[in-house]
Design a protein around this ligand. Structure first.
Ligand SMILES: Cc1cc2nc3c(=O)[nH]c(=O)nc-3n(C[C@H](O)[C@H](O)[C@H](O)COP(=O)(O)OP(=O)(O)OC[C@H]3O[C@@H](n4cnc5c(N)ncnc54)[C@H](O)[C@@H]3O)c2cc1C
Length: 491
């Protein structure tokens, strides 16, 4: 360890106490292995220490000391990020700054429909606190029991309710953050309207720990719906699923809260690896009235989510009328509408088990693309044709947030090749195919997961040089010593 790093550790221990400054006891220290490796097991780093301040002031003093000693910082919330943004580099000279002790709900204002929370609160804790106050915080991700609200804002997370409520950015009213120099930036306002120049809050949202450390946030709350239901809907083609989306938007309007899509293959993987999470898929398969293909997973399954201030019977009648008409006009094949809370949860369990099921099957080249919903069918058809022509028998895991034009479009190796070999040899070519098509259709290479390490080079190649120059200028202005998450996000 360099003298500089040793001196910083001593200063941090004096500032925060030994218990808040964890130093690895050997290369296999389990705490460090977990916090130095990303969720996919793709990136592994080596940290100087994990530092766990207990207040904004302690965190600001930590950042200030790191700046003085010229040691860089990687902020970490729940460590569920999917682009390697929260993993330290291999130098052994970076501090992992954990937000997990900043986990308090600070206040709830039921008249203003807002709540103020520390950044290390788990997303599920924020949802539960809103619920206990009779309100709704709608951000919802499969990782909500582990990810933090600070991480959600730093990555501008999306999830399953974006169609109705927007991304993390649209749910944030104000922020408190610590600058690269260790100053506190106090903008914890709870205003719907504040038109006072550059939107610095929006600059920090989605900045992935490269411009400042988010320490607290003021969040938008919503009235809790009186009724909620889900439906699993079997379609033969993606075009039919899109026609249903248009009809659902027109007839359900604000009551349409989610519209997810699952291709046959990821559902088969869930039946194979997590059958307990696939009960709703089995029920949909069993409810198929046709005799021509019994016991088969439908080609496409839509998961429709709806909520309303009206009574459940009223919402059910609206959704059932929509689906009845879709069956009669041949837009959809067959459907299951949830009748109980247990069935509702089982439908979402199926969708949320897909990331775990695909991970259990094989390594893959992952994508989180976004295109206008009008271009989704073109994307799926073009990408499938080009990938299968180039890599015969590759397996495509396609699912995601159809209502937002956001697909998780992951490519697994043919069964006879190991995932790591496929990634090593073909990741670049697979990415070129998928991202060229995305770009031709006016899309984005990252709809919700962010850039991190995984997509930084690709971003540099595909965005305009003006965008890259502006990003670099902003980074240099706010973090001139490049202390905050260096080498991530900014091409
Ligand atoms: C099973 C699973 C399902 C998922 N589903 C979705 C989904 O539907 N939609 C979606 O958008 N994402 C999804 N994700 C990805 C992930 O959960 C989100 O990106 C989440 O917002 C990350 O939060 P975190 O607290 O875990 O952040 P971390 O992983 O700890 O950090 C992510 C990035 O933010 C930075 N960061 C963290 N906290 C702060 C802070 N307080 N201040 C400044 N920078 C900070 C880190 O340095 C890093 O660059 C999923 C992940 C998993 C494992």
């Amino acid at each position: 360890m360099t003298e500089r790093c040793a001196a910083l550790l001593k200063a941090l221990q004096a500032l925060l106490g030994d218990a808040a400054v964890l130093v690895p006891c050997g290369p296999d220290d389990p705490t460090f292995v977990r916090q130095q490796t990303d969720w996919r097991g793709r990136y592994k780093g080596h940290a100087l220490a994990i530092v766990r301040p207990n207040s904004t002031q302690e965190l600001a003093a930590t950042v200030s000391l790191c700046a003085q000693f010229g040691v860089s910082i990687v902020a970490q919330g729940g460590h569920t990020g999917l682009v390697g943004g929260g993993v330290p580099d291999a130098s052994g000279e970076q501090i992992v700054l954990s937000l997990q002790r900043l986990n308090r709900i600070l206040s709830i204002d039921t008249i203003n429909l807002s709540m103020t929370v520390q950044a290390g609160c788990l997303l599920s804790t924020v949802q539960e606190a809103a619920d206990a106050a009779g309100l709704l915080f709608p951000l919802s991700l499969a990782s909500e029991g582990s990810c933090t609200i600070g991480g959600n804002l730093a990555t501008n997370a999306g999830g399953t309710q974006v169609l109705r409520y927007g991304t993390a950015r649209e749910l944030c009213l104000g922020l408190e953050a610590v600058t690269a120099q260790g100053e506190v930036w106090p903008q914890l306002k709870s205003l719907r309207k504040d038109n006072t120049g550059y939107d610095l809050r929006d600059l920090l949202i989605g900045s992935e720990g490269t411009l400042a450390i988010i320490t607290a946030a003021s969040l938008r709350l919503f009235p809790k719906p009186n009724s909620r239901l889900a439906a699993l809907i079997a379609c033969d083609t993606i075009e039919q699923a899109l026609e249903l989306l248009a009809n659902a938007r027109a007839t359900l309007d604000a009551s349409l809260t989610g519209f997810e899509i699952m291709h046959r293959y990821p559902v088969e993987l869930t039946l194979k690896h997590h059958p307990d999470q696939a009960v709703a898929a089995s029920q949909l398969i069993a409810s198929n009235p046709a005799t021509t293909r019994p016991n088969q997973v439908p080609e496409w399954i839509v998961l429709l989510d709806a909520a309303s201030p009206a009574a459940l019977e009223h919402l059910q009648a609206r959704v059932e009328a929509l689906l009845e008409q879709a069956i009669q006009t041949g837009v959809v094949h067959h459907v299951c509408v949830s009748q109980t809370q247990t069935q509702y949860k089982a439908m979402w369990a199926l969708r949320e088990a897909i990331p775990l099921s695909e991970k259990a099957e094989a390594q893959m080249v992952k994508h989180d693309v976004g295109v206008p919903t009008s271009q989704i069918a073109a994307f799926i058809n073009l990408a499938h044709a080009k990938l299968t022509a180039t890599f015969p028998s590759c397996r495509i895991v396609c699912f995601g947030h159809l209502g937002d034009g956001n697909l998780h479009y992951n490519v697994q190796a043919p069964p006879e090749i190991t995932g790591f070999d496929f990634l090593a040899k073909h990741e670049h070519d697979v990415n070129q195919i998928v991202y060229d098509i995305t770009q031709q259709l006016g899309g984005t290479i990252s709809a919700e997961h962010g850039i991190g390490q995984l997509r930084k080079d690709e971003l540099g190649q595909r965005q305009s040089s003006v965008s890259t120059n502006w990003m670099r200028a902003i980074k240099k202005a706010l973090d001139p010593m490049n202390t905050l998450n260096p080498g991530r996000l900014v091409p």
